[in-house]
Write a new protein. Structure first.
Length: 355
């Protein structure tokens, strides 16, 4: 008989590992945390390391693996009925944001030229399957896979999701750690499309907007000088994720900037309390203005998400050049077919090396 779990971490990649290992330091109660993956070997290894870390820290979480052969709605439904988790965090998709660091090919070149938004169908597939699979439960669903845009499409489809992590939360964390800030009252309105330009100090691109104690600050003044951006950034994402997951689990109050809430594009400051999100914008910006700003980030990613999904600008041109039949966009209900077609495109282009 399967064990029950308070929290499920779905995935076995670097972000999932970072979140699992961060949870090993949590000392609140005797948490039971299941790690779900298609590779039983990988999730078993993660659970063993996490349990050893917990023992070293003197904390009490218990981690255990839960292998499933395929990431489908029916498999997620069976796992959810067995484990009965209060929170599921999805950290698995069909496309890693860090693939280009492993070598260049025609696929990574396409993403570099067209924008990360072209991967939306690959980010969407597992999230949609999970949402369908647990639709009859009250489990909170936290999406770590491109939530600024994926959760918008899920909302259009009527698929349930609770929130995302990353991006605006990453900006908030770096700003809160800056010597010039001196306050925990930091609020961010920003989108995934703003993050890379902000981290690289690109003054020509739209930036995340940041307020400290209700006063707007030029966000570039607070950006970290990280140099090349790589998977190390997952350490920041992991720490911000833990705060959200624990608040959803325990119902405690949390002020945080997060993406992917209620179908809104990008991220905003919220009060999360009793598992409910309340928008907590600074006094000098309206919700319409905040949404309009985040739409600029959406467009920087090569997307326009209205009633349908549109690939725009360089994204549309790049997809047209490689013969993708949905280069101009698609109706959200077509997501299964579009995801499959883009998977085939990705696999074909990965075989083509470029200089």
């Amino acid at each position: 008989m399967a064990k029950s779990a308070d929290i499920v971490i779905l995935g076995s990649g670097s972000l999932a590992q970072g979140i699992v290992y961060a949870l090993s330091q949590v000392s609140i109660g005797s948490l039971r945390i299941a790690i779900i993956g298609r590779s039983t070997v990988k999730v078993t290894r993660m659970a063993l390391i996490a349990n050893a870390r917990a023992a070293g820290f003197g904390t009490r979480p218990i981690f255990f693996p839960f292998g499933i052969p395929e990431f489908t709605a029916s498999a997620f439904s069976r796992a959810s009925r067995s484990l009965k988790p209060k929170v599921i965090l999805l950290a698995a998709s069909l496309q890693s944001p860090w693939e280009s660091s492993q070598g260049k090919n025609a696929w990574t070149k396409l993403i570099a030229e067209g924008g990360f938004g072209i991967t939306l169908p690959l980010q969407l597939k597992i999230a949609a399957e999970l949402s369908r699979g647990v639709s009859n439960s009250e489990t909170a669903i936290v999406n770590a896979c491109y939530p600024d845009c994926v959760n918008v499409v899920l909302h259009r489809l009527g698929f349930r999701t609770t929130c995302g992590i990353g991006n605006s939360a990453i900006v908030e964390a770096f700003c809160r750690s800056h010597d010039a800030v001196g306050s925990d009252d930091v609020r961010v309105v920003g989108h995934h499309g703003h993050l890379s330009g902000w981290l690289k100090g690109n003054k020509s691109r739209s930036q995340p907007r940041v307020w400290v104690k209700d006063k707007e600050i030029t966000s570039l003044r607070l950006r970290p000088d990280l140099g090349p951006i790589d998977e190390d950034l997952n350490s920041v994402t992991s720490s911000t994720a833990i705060r959200v997951v624990m608040s959803l689990l325990l119902g405690g109050a949390l002020h945080t900037s997060v993406p992917g809430v209620e179908g809104l594009p990008g991220g905003y400051p919220f009060l999360l309390k009793g598992r409910r999100f309340t928008l907590h914008l600074p006094s000098d910006i309206t919700s319409d203005e905040a949404i309009a700003h985040n739409k600029t980030g959406e467009r920087l990613d090569g997307l326009d998400l209205g009633s349908g999904v549109k690939f725009i600008g360089k994204a549309c041109r790049s997809l047209t050049d490689v013969g993708f039949e949905y280069a101009e966009g698609f109706d959200p209900v077509e997501w299964p077919c579009v995801s499959d077609r883009m998977t085939a495109l990705r696999d074909r282009l990965r075989l083509l090396r470029v200089a």
